[in-house]
Write a protein that binds this ligand. Structure first.
Ligand code: GTP
Length: 216
């Protein structure tokens, strides 16, 4: 099932990108995978171990990302992963333009639940929502139970870009949001004769791998 349908995107503002428009982006995934930590790392550049109690309901942070000299305003919603909040968070999917779907590389059930999350996204979100799969906690190599290749295979099956991230070290965190912002900007300002942008190719060319790159 290919959930990415860039060609069908109708939500843009025409060929001229409107820097004032807020682009709603939602973080979803099981409780404890690191959604709040990822957002705090992106927003404030820091990680406070074990500091967040489970998110209750939903909250947002506005963040401006500059891509190719253009300001893209992201309104990033951090949702509660706990099942009991699911009906609340579903309501927010509908007008989301992007969804970051997280699992924890040290927690198998959080990975196994990704298919169920994608089914929910398919049911409640817009057809053309930008989806990115993130395998978080890539810094905890000793407790890894999900191989990077497994994340890549699942992402390929659903036609979505994939990154391993660490909210702790910051690995690939900015890249994830930057790639989303670039894709939203590309879609909104799409011109028939302009250069095309492929989010999956971009992410592949820019990402750092946990096996090869420095952790300091
Ligand atoms: N080592 C490591 N720990 C992380 C990382 N991200 C989050 N954590 C830890 O994992 C735990 C859960 O993180 P949260 O950010 O609260 O997870 P969440 O997905 O927002 O959880 P809910 O609000 O219940 O949905 C905390 O103890 C974090 O410190 C990471 O990248 N690396």
């Amino acid at each position: 099932m290919d959930l990415q349908r860039p060609d069908s995107y109708q939500g843009g503002a025409g060929p001229v990108f409107n820097e004032h428009v807020l682009h709603k982006t939602i973080l979803v995934g099981d409780s404890g995978v690191g959604k709040t930590s990822l957002l705090v790392q992106f927003d404030q550049g820091k990680f406070i171990p074990g500091s967040f109690s489970a998110t209750v309901g939903i909250g947002f942070t506005n963040k401006v990302v500059t891509v190719d000299g253009v300001r893209v305003k992201l309104q990033i919603w951090d949702t509660a992963g706990q099942e009991r909040f699911r009906s609340v968070t579903h309501a927010y999917y509908r007008d989301a333009q992007a969804l970051l779907l997280l699992y924890d590389i040290t927690n198998k059930s959080s990975f196994d639940n990704i298919r169920a999350w994608l089914t929910e996204i398919h049911e409640y979100a817009q057809r053309d929502v930008v989806i990115m799969l993130l395998g978080n906690k890539a810094d905890v190599s000793s407790e890894r139970v999900i191989r990077s290749e497994d994340g890549e295979t699942l992402a390929r099956e659903y036609g979505v870009p994939f990154l391993e991230t660490s909210a702790k070290t910051g690995m690939n965190v900015e890249l994830a949001f930057l790639a989303i912002a670039k894709e939203l900007k590309y879609r909104a300002g799409q011109q028939t004769d302009g250069p095309s942008f492929q989010i999956r190719d971009y992410v592949e060319s820019q990402k750092k791998r946990s096996s090869c790159c420095s952790f300091v």
